[in-house]
Write a protein that binds this ligand. Structure first.
Ligand code: ME8
Length: 501
């Protein structure tokens, strides 16, 4: 089954921060899991390069917007491999193929009669590049996101008839309770719709930095229309010489943060309907990462967790694990270096790393490096019985942190198993040789299954361990707890999560 998943595309008026890394990693975890199901996966990320925020930032630096976009897009693109993110394509909204397709789709919206010219007057936030409707505006005419003063702006614009989709959107929400996840965000989106939709600006006249409106060359498209369409246009040119649109559209998941809910859960489905295109299956809305003090991360507060610092000190897998483990996906969460250290030491090094190194070391010490080919312990196997179907169900709902918790319970269970069985005692008793065989075979199998399941989170360490176990296969089809040890030879394991100086 084709599976198509996307992140939001990042603004190039700034440089990558932990929030971007978080979203890319979470999306990557789902993409990797779906590939393990032998799924035909396409994973898209990229940069959002047009619009006023970018034009303004470039002007402030005295450079051309394209120059700023080129410089920062490169930083976002280079970050992905550092995070272990396995995206299939990186879209830039200044790609000429994207721009052409935006024009094509929005021309269809125009031809279908969902546009008109008018004068827009409203409260505008230049940082959001968005007009705010009455019920969003904070007291004192402040932007609800940036808390900066909104400007009253009047402009001749092309309008998109969002109001024409009131009933159809209500119907989508009535018929597809999993269209937006988690539920609290579904309710938020639905109440935005039921409170009454107003038409929105489709174009800007005084801005040059954007995609030209094909039926009125004095205008460029409002950046959000151009940006949202990336999810659709990318499929047309991501693989040279191929058009993947029919194969992968509609998307299975858009993963986004809570500040851009309205665009993805209200505007986006309406645009697609106006262009006669099918709607994505799910929009998953994650929370915000906050400084360890619970406040928005900001340089002036000194509470910023820098992804590059964590990568340097702990490595890619540790950053990925930390973010997926410490912040419940869908909720806000506080992050800080102390918490990274604590998770690294207590869970990666002690729980998983230790289980792996003890298991491999004992197989070397007591059985010359060969996993005994004897039946595994059915009691331990039972602990894994429901895990795979549970994980599938959770991943189908993008529940990446709950899924990791279920895997971790097994890691802990296996460490208890080592203590209970005490192989070092069995090894001293010649009559217990069979029991020692069974214990080691069961532990090797448990470590293998855990590593397959946890590999989307810590891909490098899990693969290393699977290679050492002589069982490199990642497919979920092979993640059932095997009834026998299998007689494989294991290699030597270097510490997966070394003690830090
Ligand atoms: O919104 N914690 O771009 P962006 C978690 N270009 N997630 C965060 C975050 C934080 N502290 N800060 C940002 C845009 N994000 C648009 C998207 S999509 C067609 C266009 C998330 O660079 C944010 O919620 O401001 C969004 O999903 C993503 O990072 C990109 O944010």
């Amino acid at each position: 089954m084709p599976f198509y998943i996307t992140t939001a595309i990042s603004y190039v008026n700034g440089v990558p921060h932990l929030g971007h890394a978080y979203e890319a990693i979470a999306t990557d975890v789902i993409a990797r899991h779906m590939r393990q199901r032998d799924g035909d996966v396409f994973f898209l990320t990229g940069t959002d390069e047009h619009g006023e925020p970018v034009a303004d930032a470039a002007q402030a630096e005295g450079i051309d917007p394209q120059e700023l976009a080129d410089r920062n897009a490169e930083r976002f693109k280079a970050l992905m491999p550092l995070l272990g993110v396995s995206n299939d394509f990186f879209i830039r909204t200044t790609d000429p193929e994207h721009e052409r397709r935006v024009q094509e789709v929005l021309q269809r919206v125009h031809d279908n009669g969902y546009t008109y010219k008018g004068v827009y007057e409203g409260w505008y936030c230049a940082r959001c590049a968005d007009f705010k409707v009455e019920n969003e505006i904070l007291e004192g005419n402040l932007c609800p996101i940036h808390e900066i003063a909104l400007e009253l702006k009047q402009e001749e614009n092309w309008f998109f008839k969002l109001s024409a989709f009131q009933e159809r959107l209500e119907q989508v929400y009535a018929e597809h309770p999993a269209f937006v996840m988690p539920l609290v965000r579904f309710n938020e989106a639905r109440s935005f719709i039921t409170s009454g939709l107003q038409d929105i600006s489709l174009s800007r006249k005084h801005l040059k930095w954007g995609v030209t409106v094909p039926w009125d060359h004095e205008h460029v498209f409002y950046v959000w229309f151009d940006a949202l369409l990336n999810y659709y246009t990318a499929l047309g040119y991501a693989r040279p010489g191929e058009d993947l649109t029919d194969h992968f559209w509609p998307a299975n998941f858009h993963i986004i943060g809570k500040d851009i809910l309205k665009f993805h859960t209200v505007f986006w489905p309406a645009i697609l309907m106006a262009a006669d295109l099918p709607l994505p299956e799910h929009v998953f809305v994650h929370g915000f990462l906050l400084g360890a003090d619970g406040r928005k991360m900001s340089k002036s507060l000194g509470n910023v967790l820098d992804p590059f610092e964590v990568l340097e000190e702990f490595g890619t897998d540790a950053l990925r694990f930390y973010l997926m483990r410490d912040v419940s996906f869908g909720s806000d969460g506080t992050v800080g270096m102390d918490a990274v250290t604590a998770r690294y030491e207590s869970e990666l090094a002690n729980d998983y790393g230790n289980l792996a190194s003890r298991t491999i070391a004992m197989i070397h010490r007591y059985r010359d490096g060969v996993v005994p080919d004897v039946p595994t312990d059915s009691e331990l196997a039972r602990e894994f019985e429901d895990l795979l179907p549970e994980l599938r169900e959770l991943m189908d709902a993008a529940e990446v942190s709950t899924a990791l918790e279920l895997i971790w319970r097994r890691v802990r269970r296996c460490n208890r198993y080592v203590e209970e069985r005490a192989p070092w005692r069995l090894a001293k008793d010649p009559d217990a040789a069979g029991e020692l065989d069974r214990t080691l075979a069961s532990l090797a199998e448990a470590v293998r299954v855990i590593s397959v399941l946890v590999s989307p989170y810590v891909p490098t360490s899990a693969q290393k361990l699977l290679d050492v176990l002589g069982a490199p296969e990642l497919s979920l089809g092979g993640a059932e707890f095997a009834p026998t040890g299998g007689g494989r030879r294991v290699a030597v394991l270097e510490p997966l999560f070394p003690k830090r100086a």
